[in-house]
Design a protein around this ligand. Structure first.
Ligand code: CA
Length: 229
């Protein structure tokens, strides 16, 4: 299956060329033409990669990158900009851009570097069998599903562990109830959205200092859930 790529580019011709080539590689491309549009997309659903132009209407790409990182969205970002703009390059890398490509770029090079970035981040995001994840005062071993929780050591159910792993892997992006249902229960099962809400309530009792005022497993009103380490 292809990857989900957010293309942020206001130049029509460049955007069309990049989108066409990425789609040709089997990727799904969401094309945002302004900074606010890109921010809305990036905070609403998870992407595997963001291709980010620097000069944009409604704010520049570097400010947008800073805002994404500030919100805990760790999706890999490749900046696209005029060649030789060294100050912007340094600033972007400082702010957590993962790669940088000067315009005009060779599309084959863009595709190759995009693929490498996605593979690298996927390897980081996978929770290997022995992966121990710590946040706040808590700890989860996704191999054994054993966890150190506010109620002592417990063994999580398969669904509880899968749900938590899904949120952690999204690296700060908001997941809709539907995304979570698909990821945790699979396409063929038919639990209700209420099932997800109940699972969240159970997890908050284990992994929140105050389940009524969560700091890790956050509700994003009207959108879904988000994890904050
Ligand atoms: Ca531009």
């Amino acid at each position: 299956m292809g990857d989900k790529i957010l293309l942020v580019e206001d130049e029509q011709l460049v955007g069309m060329m990049v989108r066409l080539n990425l789609q040709g590689e089997g990727h799904t491309v969401t094309w945002a033409r302004t900074a606010p549009e890109a921010l809305a997309e990036a905070t609403q659903k998870p992407f595997d990669l963001v291709l980010l132009d620097i000069g944009l209407p409604g704010g520049d790409g570097i400010e947008l990158l800073a805002e994404l990182r500030r919100r805990g969205i760790g999706t890999p970002v490749m900046m696209l900009t005029a060649r030789g703009d060294v100050a912007s390059k340094v600033r972007a890398l400082d702010l957590g851009a993962d790669d940088y490509l000067g315009k005009p770029f060779n599309v084959a090079e863009l595709i190759a570097r995009a693929g490498a970035l996605i593979r690298r981040s996927r390897a980081d995001r996978e929770l290997p069998a022995d992966k121990l994840v710590r946040f706040g005062a808590y700890e989860v071993n996704f191999a054994t599903r054993e966890a150190v929780t506010g109620r002592g050591r417990v063994t999580l159910s398969e669904k509880e562990a899968a749900f938590l792993a899904t949120l952690v892997r999204a690296r700060g992006a908001t997941l809709s109830r539907n995304d979570i249902l698909e990821e945790v229960w699979g396409m063929d099962a038919t639990p209700t959205e209420r099932t997800v809400d109940n699972l969240v309530l159970r997890l908050r009792k284990l992994f929140e200092p105050n389940p009524d005022a969560p700091v890790h497993i956050l509700t994003v009103r009207g959108a879904g859930y988000r994890f904050e380490p």
